[in-house]
Design a protein around this ligand. Structure first.
Ligand code: 13P
Length: 257
């Protein structure tokens, strides 16, 4: 954790859930948050479910985000969704540059940067994902890869996003090889790379970079969350599989206290 920074536990629901399942999961998270938790909560359903989940969570402490947006505010882009549409539907955040988008859709750092600019212009808080592959880690290049992704993916305005949710953009460190595998880096490795990210943010954005939230993602579960969330410069989690089970997601949020 970073002193003075309230943790954020974000659920990336990926391509899961019917309308009814998304509503049930959101409702269970909302009900579990009653009475307060030591972290802010965010759920990120598919585009299809953003408006419905946002309506269900209106007035609750659980925020809603999307998993991607287009870099243009509108236009002839069949199948895409623009940041202002997401804001209109009730989203306050958007995940950008997830490794699954980078791999499945060829997104580059430049694409992610343009999307982050569009998100900020629409009043959405971008959550920009970075992380090395296993081959890159084994080659001793994890820190260099992450530093290059940060340099290329973050727009200059990242420190002062005009978001109603407030504050600056968010970084998620997600080692590709830890996603959905049940494997995680050692605590020392997580602390080291989060420290590097903090140093890059502080060098580029000054005091604002000191307070930006840096989330860890990759096989975060109730059983490992407390140890990971206690590490320096780990300001929350971006949770995939465990966010699909409300009890597990809420247990992770409680572990942030
Ligand atoms: P898992 O928690 O399923 O490993 O997924 C992490 C992730 O990709 C979150 O964006």
């Amino acid at each position: 954790m970073t002193p003075g920074v309230r943790p954020l536990i974000a659920g990336n629901w990926k391509m899961h859930g019917t309308v009814a399942e998304a509503a049930a999961l959101a409702g269970a998270v909302r009900d579990g948050a009653v009475g307060g938790l030591p972290a802010d909560l965010l759920v990120c359903p598919t585009f299809l479910h953003v408006a419905g989940v946002a309506a269900l969570l209106a007035g609750s402490p659980v925020a809603v985000g999307a998993q991607d947006c287009h870099a243009a505010a509108k236009g002839a882009h069949t199948g895409d969704v623009a940041a202002p549409m997401l804001r209109d539907a009730g989203a306050t955040h958007v995940i950008l540059g997830h490794s699954e988008r980078r791999a499945d859709h060829g997104e580059t750092d430049a694409t992610v940067r343009a999307k982050a600019e569009a998100a900020a212009a629409a009043g959405l808080t971008p959550i920009v994902c970075v992380g090395e592959t296993e081959a890159e880690r084994l080659a001793g290049r994890a820190e260099a890869v992450v530093e290059a992704q940060l340099a290329g993916s973050l727009p200059d305005g990242f420190a002062g996003v005009v978001a109603p949710a407030g504050g600056a953009g968010i970084i998620a460190y997600e080692p590709v090889w830890a996603i959905g595998t049940g494997r995680t880096p050692t605590e020392a490795d997580i602390a080291a790379i989060h420290g590097t990210i903090r140093a890059r943010l502080a060098a580029r954005f000054g005091a604002a970079g000191q307070g930006m939230r840096i989330l860890y993602g990759g096989s975060m579960k109730p059983g490992n969350a407390r140890a990971i969330l206690a590490l320096p410069n780990v300001d929350g989690g971006l949770v995939g599989g465990a966010s699909l089970v409300a009890a597990d997601f809420l247990a992770i949020a409680r572990a942030a206290g």
